[in-house]
Design a protein around this ligand. Structure first.
Ligand code: GTR
Length: 318
């Protein structure tokens, strides 16, 4: 009896114990990676050490776009990606990346924490992955090495790096500049060799990836507030029991709260570091000219009824 009981414990442990591989494009100092580490600790604790998360940061498992392919194939278990990268695949997700849609980060947070956020996380399954949680990314702004951007006219002719997202290319084109889609890992070199004149990102990414060394003008355009998303491959998800799914979901949400508490302060610190390193911040830019230039993006997006409905609901979220 004893032997059987012992054997069955061993079997059930080894049969289901797993190390889940998680990818993140950011490096280990970045808060999303720290959030994943936090989540990993919770998962290990709550599964009595049976499951663990091994994090491959700094694009060790490939650039963001490649990791989406791998997550769909089940080659990676967890992936922390920016929502803009999902938009090419799941068009309604582009609602989260639309220019000048969110009135503030608080407005965005309300949307993500409410039914819309939930619906978006739940809409990925047909594409081979499951949405677990959103992470902060603040607002993205345009930076460059050529001149301060005061109105949309100053964008003319600039080569601006964008994420590998059709929507982001369209936004930069609409602003009169030339979009250059590049994976995150190539942006620093592209800036230093002048392959591009600038890029766009939030303060922590701008500083953490060293772009502030090359782009000395940062304009607070805050043109998008696209959040980060944590997804799990459907293959990994299908292998979990209901209890384990609950553990992963809750740990993901708690890690998102953990990061949220640290994010604001990091944004402030990153901006201060950039300014100390000689970056000039333009705050008095002509926002109306940017909004007018990107109006056509809405006309196009609203042709898809599901996206149109989502955009309307986001606008009406108080
Ligand atoms: C960052 C985001 C990354 C990546 C990057 C980029 O803000 O955290 O996942 O999308 O932007 O611009 O490529």
């Amino acid at each position: 009896m004893m032997v059987v009981a012992l054997l069955s414990t061993v079997v059930s442990t080894t049969a289901f114990a797993r190390e889940f591989r998680a990818a993140d494009a950011q490096n280990e100092d970045y808060p999303t990676v720290q959030a994943l580490e936090y989540m990993g600790r919770l998962v290990s604790e709550r599964t009595g050490g049976r499951h663990s998360i091994r994090i491959f940061h700094s694009r060790e498992l490939g650039e963001e776009k490649d990791t989406i392919r791998q997550i769909r194939a089940g080659a990676i278990d967890l992936d922390r990606i920016n929502a803009a990268l999902i938009g090419n695949l799941v068009p309604t997700t582009n609602a989260l990346a639309m220019p000048f849609l969110f009135r503030s980060v608080e407005h965005l947070q309300k949307v993500l924490d409410g039914p819309i956020g939930n619906e978006i996380l739940n809409s990925f399954e047909p594409y081979g992955f499951v949405g677990l949680a959103f992470y902060d990314s603040g607002a993205r702004s345009i930076y460059d090495s050529v001149r301060p951007i005061r109105s949309v006219d100053d964008m003319k002719g600039l080569r601006i790096r964008v994420q590998q997202s059709d929507l982001m290319s369209e936004v930069i084109k609409a602003l009169g500049a030339q979009p250059v889609e590049l994976p995150y890992g190539q942006v620093s070199t592209a800036l230093s060799t002048k392959l591009v004149d600038g890029a766009e990102n939030n303060w922590p990414s701008f500083v953490n990836s060293g772009h502030d060394k090359y782009a000395k003008y940062y304009t607070l355009t805050q043109h998008t507030m696209t959040p980060e998303v944590l997804v799990m491959s459907l293959k990994a998800w299908d292998g979990l029991s209901d209890d384990e799914r609950k553990i992963f979901r809750e740990a993901a949400l708690e890690s998102s709260r953990f990061m949220h508490e640290r994010w604001k302060e990091l944004e402030v610190r990153s901006r201060a570091d950039a300014e100390a390193a000689g970056v000039k911040v333009t705050t008095d830019f002509d926002r109306a000219s940017f909004e007018a230039a990107t109006a056509g993006i809405y006309t196009k997006a609203m042709r898809d009824p599901a996206t149109a409905e989502l955009i309307e609901r986001i606008r009406h979220t108080e």
